[in-house]
Design a protein around this ligand. Structure first.
Ligand SMILES: *Cc1c(COP(=O)(O)O)cnc(C)c1O
Length: 390
């Protein structure tokens, strides 16, 4: 009945990746980063599999509240902090820890009428020049923050600009060492730093992309030795086969000219499903397990691939756009981007399934949709100390 374009989520792989990260950062607590709807995987369906994490970090306050309503009672961190002064009351109500990067946020917390203090991550701009206080301001800000009654625990935080390639890492690490103080906890490491720079782990690490089994550098080989597994497989099927003569063109703009007589597979997947429209000819793709390539421009609902050499490929043959057998990083690098962008771009019309490969959690999620009714009471009554110690 429905279109064959679908995403299959391997929750066993997700649990496995968290275990790999825990092993790698043994002495640190882990914020599982689930911003952008868990990097396009769907936060609601995925977070229960990550319940062994120490906390969830994200950008969106509405999703943070949803985590509470769906029953997560542990720490939650807003990675960019709150966006409007009045949001402070929601942080208090739902026990959400917030990044503070600007004076307007400090003033909002200071002025609010709160019954319970809010825990903060005080952001240092250690060289990325995006968010945070400059090194020369940082000590003074720490002193100021310590005197604000509405503020509970303070953690020092910063973000690396180059932990995937290592360029300028020493410079940024030096600024951090010179600026951060020993008495307060630290949270520095994203995925790349978690894997490649153990000396940056400190109290909490903040891995995102590696939870989902993709590479922080965009190069699959960089993480190949860590035994991380892709969580998302994006797949579809062959809808039709075209026989194209040498010299004829394929698709919009006639971008591709057949270099020989060809069999072309038309796949039921296009940019309105989240496949990148800028994918060039030659981008890798799997059909019936054979590796082949795109030929011609991506349409809204279809794309075309070379199946000349594969006689077994026919209507209904399975196509893997990326996932278990084809790293999203390989597709992304052919398209001049990184796996993050492709994962986050999966469109709402793509149906999502949980892999049936035996995880009790996948069965659990399928058969027991989250029941909020009991948790709602807990939320209203016993929230006060949830963010203790983060
Ligand atoms: C997104 C984000 C992370 C996680 O980044 P990955 O590269 O996916 O590990 C960590 N910290 C902050 C502040 C972020 O915004």
């Amino acid at each position: 009945m429905s279109r064959p374009a679908k995403v299959t989520l391997n929750l066993e792989a997700l649990a496995h990746n968290l275990a790999v990260i825990k092993h790698k950062a043994k002495n640190s607590k882990i914020w599982s980063v689930v911003k952008a709807d868990a990097y396009g995987h769907g936060l609601s369906r995925l977070w229960p599999t990550l319940s062994k994490t120490d906390g969830f970090a994200l950008i969106e306050l509405d999703n943070a509240i949803m985590l509470r309503e769906e029953g997560w009672l542990g720490p939650i961190l807003l990675l960019e902090g709150f966006f409007k002064p009045e949001d402070v009351y929601l942080l208090e109500r739902y026990s959400i820890t917030t990044v503070v990067h600007s004076d307007w946020q400090l003033e909002a917390i200071d002025k609010a009428q709160l019954e319970r203090p809010i825990n903060i991550y005080l952001k240092l701009n250690s060289g990325m020049n995006r968010l945070g206080y400059r090194p020369e301001q940082y000590h003074q800000i720490i002193q100021r923050v310590k005197n604000i009654q509405n503020i509970g625990s303070i953690t020092q935080m910063t973000h690396f600009a180059n932990s995937d390639t290592g360029v300028n890492m020493d410079k940024q690490k030096h600024v951090i060492e010179q600026t951060m103080i020993d008495e307060l906890p630290r949270c520095l490491a994203n995925s790349a730093a978690t894997l490649f720079y153990p000396e940056t782990h400190y109290d909490w690490v903040r891995p995102g992309i590696i939870l989902y089994g993709a590479s922080p550098s965009g190069i699959w080989q960089d993480i190949a030795s860590f035994n991380l597994k892709p969580v998302m497989t994006f797949s579809s099927e062959i809808l039709s086969i075209q026989h194209v003569k040498k010299g004829e063109q394929i698709g919009y703009g006639s971008r591709y000219t057949a270099s020989r007589d060809m069999r072309v597979g038309v796949v039921a997947c296009g940019y309105a499903d989240g496949y990148p429209r800028h994918a060039p000819d030659g981008t890798p793709i799997l059909v019936n397990g054979h590796k082949t390539q795109l030929v011609g421009r991506i349409s809204m609902d279809m794309l075309t691939i070379d199946v000349t050499d594969f006689a077994d490929v026919t209507y209904g043959s399975s196509v893997e756009l990326w996932g278990e057998h084809l790293p999203v990083d390989d597709v992304a690098s052919a398209c001049g981007t990184i796996g993050y962008e492709l994962l986050c771009a999966i469109a709402p019309r793509v149906k999502v399934e949980i892999a049936k490969n035996g995880s009790y959690l996948s069965d659990f999620n399928r058969n027991n949709p989250v029941d909020n009714s009991q948790n709602q009471n807990k939320i209203n009554t016993t929230f006060s100390d949830l963010n203790e110690g983060c």
